[in-house]
Every structure is written in C-alpha cells, then in structure tokens.
Write a protein that binds this ligand. Structure first.
Ligand code: SAM
Length: 312
C-alpha cells in the first residue's frame, strides 16, 4: 500500500481491498460489497496517532475488539492451569496477583476460581465493566477486583495495594509503546511485587514471526471481519498493522466501519532477557507459550513465549 504524506489514496485502498476480496472470495465464498466513504481514506500517520492507537482501539472503539476476547474465554481455563503449573515449578507463590492489561478478565476470573486473589487492571473502562459483571456472575467478585488504569501509570494507580506475589501480562498486552516507556512500565511493576516476586509475560516470539511472516491475514468475530495488513520494521523490531474493520450488514453487504493502525514492539528471547535485566528483574525461565499445542515445542520453534522474570 503506497502512502503519500498523511493521505492514503482512494486507488491504493481500492487496490488493497481488491486483493482482500479475492482472498475472502476464495476462502469464504463470500460476495462482498464495500461502501467506502471519503473519511475512510484518511489515515493520520503522525507520531501522536501512532502513540495513541491503544486509546483509539481499546477506549474509543472497544466494541471492535471485544469479540476477539469473548471468543477466547473458553480457552482461559486451560491457559491458567498451564500458567499456575509453570509458576509453581519455578517456586513462586500465586496467592495475590496483578493481571496487567486484563481485558474482560478472562484469566483473572479463572485464577479467582482457583483461590487466587487478583486485581485486574486495563486501559479500557468498557472491558473493565464487562470483567466486573463476569466476576459477579462467576461468583468470584469477593476475591477478584478490577480497576480501569493505564499501565504507564500503574505505580500510582495501585499504590494503595499491598505488594503482589507477582504480575501477569497475557495475550500480547505489552510492548505497545516506545522502548523507554515499556521499560518504565516494567520498572514501576518491579516496585509493586514482593521481594523475589515474578512478572510472567505471554507474548509473540519475534524470531517465529520473522520466519513465518505473512503480510496479510483476516479474522472474523460474529458480524465483524478484520482485514489485517502487516509490515515489520527490522530496524526497530516493530510491527505496524493496519486493521480494517468491516461490518456485515446482510448476506452480501459489508461496510468499512473503521481503520486503525496498530504499532507494537516484538522481542527475541535474548532481548526480553536484556529488557528485564535493565528494569530490576532477572531472567527466571521461558516456556513455549500457554497454548496446549505449543507446550512440547522447543523454544527455537515457539510461536509465543511465556517469559518469567524474578524481582532482583
Ligand atoms: C490483546 S488484549 C489482551 C487482554 C487480556 N490480557 C486477555 O488475554 O484477554 C490487550 C489488552 O491490553 C490493554 N491495554 C492496552 N494498552 C494498555 C495500557 N496502556 N494500560 C493498560 N492496559 C492496556 C487493552 O485494553 C487490552 O485489553
């Protein structure tokens, strides 16, 4: 896709959608009509919009992403079993945990069901409201609490809490900001845990992404189709994704609802080790993700990591 200054040209968008339509036609046998309005051709590529994409997606338009979380609720129980097994294997206590970027509370609630006291925090008040309702419904609201808070200010947001046994950040909830800010979040987190407490980060393996890079992908959640145009900057190790959200109106009609440009950092394992070491942690262990099919894969081939740092 060619971008001139801050304007994404109509012809480029149409070219991109033609590619997409052929993919979707082949894969889904769908015939799609897309109604574009001039507003959709504009993508603000300024620094500000890059750094604010988390607010744009998770705070202003959480309805676009919530389906991706809801459809993964069922797998959270298995993921939490795996997480607890790994943390116990590393001799960590799991009685009192902060779930950083908890979304709709998938993992917080499963931890609560297993007797762990959890505080889930997230940038999105909408996700937090859903998480609170889910905790009530699942009858864990006595030990699982939620609070809307930006991880960039997590130190002051939870300063009234006693230190946690550890912090979890699961399903790519970290790396959305520049390196300095990401480091600062980890430093703040280090102040929030007990001596020898843990930080468990579940995140994509950069090396796997490079090896298996695909410029395009799409996903579907109920009546929302997301077209994903991806590029990777080798210099900065950052993914730049343009997500185009299409709403299905009827059998044959989809409308382009919104385009959001996401930008986030990816790390190889040795870079994760370095980042944790410079922010107050030490490397404790790395596993090949939490998903069942990942567990017996070597770290070399792992698609995702469950990285565990221990407070120094
Ligand atoms: C991919 S979702 C994962 C959610 C959850 N961990 C799960 O597995 O269901 C990423 C989450 O990070 C949250 N997030 C993004 N930026 C944040 C920030 N600055 N502070 C706190 N949460 C943030 C989003 O609102 C979103 O819920």
């Amino acid at each position: 896709m060619i971008i001139e200054e801050n304007l994404l040209h109509k012809s480029d968008i149409l070219m991109s959608f033609e590619k997409w339509l052929s993919v979707l036609r082949e894969d889904c046998c769908l015939y799609i009509c897309i109604f574009l309005t001039v507003d959709f051709y504009r993508i603000d590529r300024s620094e500000k919009s890059m750094s604010d994409w988390t607010k744009e997606l998770f705070v202003k338009h959480p309805e676009l992403f919530v389906g991706a979380l809801e459809e993964r609720v069922a797998q959270a129980s298995r993921e939490v079993d795996a997480l607890i097994r790994m943390l116990r294997e590393q001799k960590f206590k799991t009685e009192n945990i902060l779930d950083l970027g908890c979304g709709i509370g998938r993992h917080s609630i499963e931890l609560g069901k297993r007797g762990t006291r959890v505080l889930g925090t997230d940038l999105s008040p909408h996700f937090i409201a859903i998480a609170k309702k889910r905790a009530e419904k699942e009858k864990v609201d006595d030990i699982v609490c939620f609070k809307a808070a930006d991880m960039r200010e997590i130190g002051s947001a939870v300063s009234d809490r006693k230190p946690f046994d550890g912090i979890i950040s699961l399903f790519t909830s970290f790396g959305f900001y520049d390196d300095e800010t990401n480091d600062d979040v980890l430093r703040q987190c280090c102040q929030l845990v007990q001596p020898k407490g843990f930080f468990a980060l579940e995140i994509a393996n950069r090396d796997w992404i490079i090896e298996n890079f695909q410029e395009r992908g799409f996903s579907r959640h109920k009546n929302v189709v997301v077209l994903q145009d991806r590029s990777f900057d080798l210099n900065t190790s950052r993914m730049n994704n343009i997500w185009s959200y299409l709403m299905q109106q009827d059998d044959k009609t989809f409308t382009l609802e919104k385009q959001i440009t996401l930008n986030h950092r990816l790390w190889s394992l040795h870079e994760l080790v370095e980042m944790f070491e410079r922010t107050g942690w030490q490397f404790q262990a790395a596993y090949s993700g939490l998903a069942q099919q990942q567990r017996d894969i070597s770290l070399m081939e792992a698609r995702r990591f469950l990285f565990i740092g221990k407070k120094r």
